[in-house]
Design a protein around this ligand. Structure first.
Ligand SMILES: *[C@@H]1O[C@H](CO)[C@@H](O)[C@H](O)[C@H]1NC(C)=O
Ligand SMILES: *[C@@H]1O[C@H](CO)[C@@H](O)[C@H](O)[C@H]1NC(C)=O
Ligand SMILES: *[C@@H]1O[C@H](CO)[C@@H](O)[C@H](O)[C@H]1NC(C)=O
Ligand SMILES: *[C@@H]1O[C@H](CO)[C@@H](O)[C@H](O)[C@H]1NC(C)=O
Ligand SMILES: *[C@@H]1O[C@H](CO)[C@@H](O)[C@H](O)[C@H]1NC(C)=O
Ligand SMILES: *[C@@H]1O[C@H](CO)[C@@H](O)[C@H](O)[C@H]1NC(C)=O
Ligand SMILES: *[C@@H]1O[C@H](CO)[C@@H](O)[C@H](O)[C@H]1NC(C)=O
Ligand SMILES: *[C@@H]1O[C@H](CO)[C@@H](O)[C@H](O)[C@H]1NC(C)=O
Ligand SMILES: *[C@@H]1O[C@H](CO)[C@@H](O)[C@H](O)[C@H]1NC(C)=O
Length: 557
């Protein structure tokens, strides 16, 4: 009997290890609140967890932009080193900004799960792995990259949420990215559902003037069809908020924002918090954020940041590492945050039995501070874009694998040339303000480059020189159909939505991330947003801006 039951236990354990199931309770979203398995209200008591990567000077902004990242969930030694400090800090969640889908995350994820720690995982990657705020699109390469990451994390039981973007919109005139963010939420939600994942889908917003951040939040959580469907809505809205400094009070720092988000129909939390002026931090913001006044709107937050994150505005890290990375030293900030977190009592209002079900209101009307159409772009269609690329008469055939560095310039150049030949690149463009999306706007940048090059080549009677593009183009004389005909044949039926599947060829994100021809101006207007963005930038995870694929069609518009 006894030995039998021991065998069973060992077997069960082995099974648990292999499936990643450690019995961490499932967190459930009901309407705008989170609940633990026992039906009591649950809050995110978190810390940002990502060492900063390299960054490059940004000519358009007073701070640098990340070019690489260090995956914090792929190094078992480092996770083991940090786990006791995360446990001692009393966190139940970490937020991670970028991971490398080609690496193994079992050890870190299982250790975190065993310690009762959930992960909020951003799906974005530096340089070209995010919706580009200056030229927003939702394209096959991004969808594939997000899915590649999700596929690696599906087996873990402690992924609380996947963020589909961080600070993509930084000003009212950038709210035209809204439809692309919603489309990403729609497709990622559908994919997760198809894999029986209950992880939430979120977005982390830059703080700013309430006249646009609040309407944008409503927009991201709304139902354009007006039928109370959450299909295109995010589940959880994060606000990167640093308003509460030093010995402030709820009334002085959080009351206005909390009031403005009173109508939010989805879960709200602070995806970053922790004003560091004065320093060292006393973390009085913690008691305010977890107070009965905040509880109707906010479900906790993520303190910024476990790892060092130095900026012009001071240090945001709460520990330091020894030069060889082997030991952790905590700071006064860490000790104070630990005390603050240890005093948090979750306000159990409303309990799950009394929680109103989710509702998805109609979308806010467009106005000067919300230029986001309720007509969303289609689900990016790999097969359709590949069909197009395959049949084009002139194709982008880069001599380098570092395509990110040149593809934007090539599209600009091909579209510019095409303009002088009487053509245009309208098929490439998508416009989130008007809700009109060109036939191939959801294809990846390389396919767009091929298409623009083929149009130019054909407009010039298929002369070989018109497909040269300084060595970046290759003719296919067997491809006799015109680019326009191929586009309509391959993509005419790819204008709708569908449940995406795993890409045939998995991207290899992370390892080859490079500095692209980023043209982002991430310089925000308000002081709070400078601070937020600055901390982000230094971490190496600030908005990852892609190629300036807009240039070409802008100049032709
Ligand atoms: C958008 O707004 C920002 C700041 O409010 C401004 O710097 C930028 O020039 C604007 N961009 C456009 C295209 O109007
Ligand atoms: C904050 O309050 C504490 C306790 O009352 C006090 O010791 C400290 O000096 C205050 N800090 C600032 C910056 O006012
Ligand atoms: C893992 O982290 C440890 C501690 O910082 C470091 O010494 C080691 O080089 C890291 N391993 C890899 C593969 O980066
Ligand atoms: C735009 O509409 C939103 C409501 O959706 C409102 O809060 C905001 O103030 C409006 N902006 C302007 C400039 O009127
Ligand atoms: C393009 O290539 C595909 C194979 O991917 C083929 O089935 C299709 O008929 C071709 N379309 C055109 C318009 O040539
Ligand atoms: C050239 O185009 C034809 C017809 O679309 C296609 O079958 C063939 O595979 C293409 N060749 C190359 C090298 O892409
Ligand atoms: C980003 O660029 C790299 C290098 O060109 C490429 O390997 C990777 O697939 C790109 N990622 C996305 C999401 O487009
Ligand atoms: C990719 O190109 C960019 C821009 O030219 C350059 O800064 C970067 O070093 C290149 N990366 C690699 C791996 O060659
Ligand atoms: C390809 O295009 C880029 C960008 O326009 C250019 O810098 C490069 O010289 C071209 N040729 C080759 C062989 O890469």
């Amino acid at each position: 009997m006894f030995s039998f039951s021991r065998v069973v236990t060992a077997f069960t354990l082995a099974l648990s290890l292999s499936s990643g199931v450690y019995g961490i309770g499932q967190i459930t979203r009901v309407g705008r609140y989170l609940y633990s398995a026992d039906g009591s209200r649950w809050y995110i008591k978190g810390v940002a967890y990502q060492e900063q990567g390299a960054s490059a000077p940004n000519p358009n902004a007073p701070f640098s932009e990340p070019t690489t990242f260090i995956d914090p969930l792929a190094n078992a030694t480092a996770c083991q080193r940090d786990l006791p400090f995360l446990q001692q800090l009393g966190v139940n969640t970490i937020r991670v900004y970028s991971v490398d889908a080609t690496l193994n995350h079992d050890s870190c994820m299982q250790a975190l799960s065993g310690a009762g720690i959930y992960v909020i995982l951003d799906l974005t990657l530096p340089v070209n792995g995010s919706i580009d705020r200056t030229a927003p699109t939702w394209t096959t390469n991004l969808l594939d990259s997000y899915i590649a990451t999700i596929n690696v994390f599906l087996k873990y039981d402690n992924v609380l949420a996947y963020n589909i973007g961080n600070e993509i919109v930084v000003s009212p005139n950038g709210t035209n990215a809204g439809p692309f963010i919603k489309a990403a939420a729609r497709d990622i939600k559908a994919y997760l559902k198809s894999k029986s994942s209950t992880a939430l889908v979120g977005y982390a917003a830059i703080d700013g003037d309430d006249t646009w951040i609040v309407p944008l939040a409503s927009y991201l959580a709304c139902d354009p069809s007006g039928s109370n469907s959450g299909n295109t809505a995010i589940d959880i809205y994060g606000l990167n908020n640093y308003e509460y400094c030093g010995n402030s009070t709820f009334a002085a720092s959080y009351a206005i924002k909390t009031g403005d988000f009173a109508g939010l129909n989805i879960v709200g939390y602070f995806s970053e918090f922790g004003c560091n002026n004065p320093s060292p931090r006393v973390w009085n913001d913690v008691s305010a954020l977890f107070s009965p006044q905040a509880a109707p709107v906010w479900s906790g937050g993520v303190a910024f940041s476990y790892f060092p994150a130095q900026s012009d505005l001071g240090q945001y890290g709460i520990i330091t590492l020894s030069a060889d990375g082997s030991t952790v030293t905590t700071s006064t900030d860490y000790n104070n945050l630990q005390i603050a977190y240890s005093n948090v009592k979750f306000v159990d209002v409303p309990p799950q039995t009394g929680a109103p079900a989710a509702t998805y209101p109609a979308c806010p009307a467009e106005n000067s501070t919300l230029i986001a159409s309720t007509t969303l772009p289609p689900t990016p269609n790999d097969a359709a874009c590949q069909c197009l690329d395959y049949n084009l008469s002139c194709r982008f055939n880069p001599q380098t694998s570092n395509t990110t560095a040149i593809v934007g310039a090539l599209i600009d150049s091909a579209c510019g040339l095409l303009g002088t030949s009487g053509g245009n690149c309208n098929d490439l463009a998508g416009n989130g303000q008007t809700g009109s999306y060109g036939l191939i706007s959801a294809c990846d940048p390389s396919t767009k480059a091929s298409y623009a090059m083929a149009l130019y080549y054909e407009a010039n009677k298929r002369q070989a020189t018109a497909c040269s593009f300084a060595g970046n183009g290759t003719e296919n004389t067997s491809a006799t159909a015109s680019a326009a005909v191929v586009a309509s044949s391959c993509l005419a039926s790819a204008t709708g939505t569908f449940v995406p599947t795993a890409p045939a060829t998995v991207n290899n994100p992370g390892t080859t991330s490079t500095s692209g021809s980023s043209s982002s101006s991430s310089k925000p207007g308000a002081a709070t947003t400078v601070l937020v963005s600055d901390s982000r930038a230094l971490l190496g995870v600030f908005l990852m801006v892609a190629v300036s694929v807009a240039g070409g069609f802008m100049s032709l518009a």
